[in-house]
Design a protein around this ligand. Sequence first.
Ligand SMILES: *Cc1c(COP(=O)(O)O)cnc(C)c1O
Length: 354
Amino acid sequence: MKKHNFSAGPCILPQEVLQKASEAILNFNDDNLSLIEISHRSKPFVAVMEKARSLALELLGLENKGYTALFLQGGASLEFLMVAYNLLNKKAAYLNTGTWSDKAIKEAKAFGEVVEVGSSKDNHFNYIPKNYTIPEDADYFHCTSNNTVAGTQMKSFPDTKIPLVCDMSSDIFSRQLDFEKFDLIYAGAQKNMGPAGTTLVIVKDEILGEVERQIPAMLDYQTHIDKDSMFNTPSVFAVYVSMLTLQWLKDLGGIQFIEDVNNKKAALLYAEIDRNPLFKGIVAKEDRSVMNATFVLTDEEMTAKFDTMCAEAGINGLKGHRSVGGYRASMYNALPLYSVQVLVDVMQALEKNK
Ligand SMILES: *Cc1c(COP(=O)(O)O)cnc(C)c1O
């Protein structure tokens, strides 16, 4: 039986997507060829790329609004520097909410001045800074919508006059936002969309072309826009599986449908964390992530017992990030509500058998 997969990333994908992907590896498009042995310039693959790009914009409600969707490589980590390469002339503003923002800031510093408008680093990133001021003369403002490691999530985004850039790697397509507010969104596929190997970038075309430096072709968003995301060989398998996952989401009813399910899953787990005296949440309640719930045992002596009970229940991937410890239950789009119920049942059984 399939395990209850709470892995933080790479993470659970819909079973029907895995089924279709495995079929395409053997015989894609009924052409008696594998998806991964045909030219990326062949008609069937070009159609896959186009479908993936248009589904991404459609699900976010950004079609015909001046945005382009790209499937690039190098992970979200390459976007940390590509964003700065393409947008930072003199000064950029960053909100530091976790491990990933911290890394983005480090990369941007190579290109100009970085103003950290707020940071929760002093408190192990266990809350989202609020009431910060964004300098209006900055080239852009960068934030991370969901902090995969600490388990916090931004519930609102500032109104800015300058371009708003957001790393949405771990909560894209999980909740409805006013996506038009954003000028550049990026997300590594492996958290909520597909396998590792491709990064979705949604960029508002008009924000480009403002920096003076020479940008290497591969790192220039404009190159990829001009070449329809096919400047070089794309990560064909990762793009294909992402396309299948986006189609799966659309068929279910899109972001509005999945947001409701995601809220139910998170509410179920957090209620148990708050009720059960054996468990304690790690981050500020109002900033809790709907995607990644972090928690600890109040009595560390129970660790071996809880871990064994989880394993026996078929639960995978619950170990917290090495920098935080404890537990992290990642509840991405493809995780069924039932899996969260199984985890909650184990938490209750632990309390009873204490
Ligand atoms: C996982 C993650 C990253 C890093 O992604 P890579 O694809 O491994 O480079 C960046 N930002 C966030 C929010 C993440 O969750």
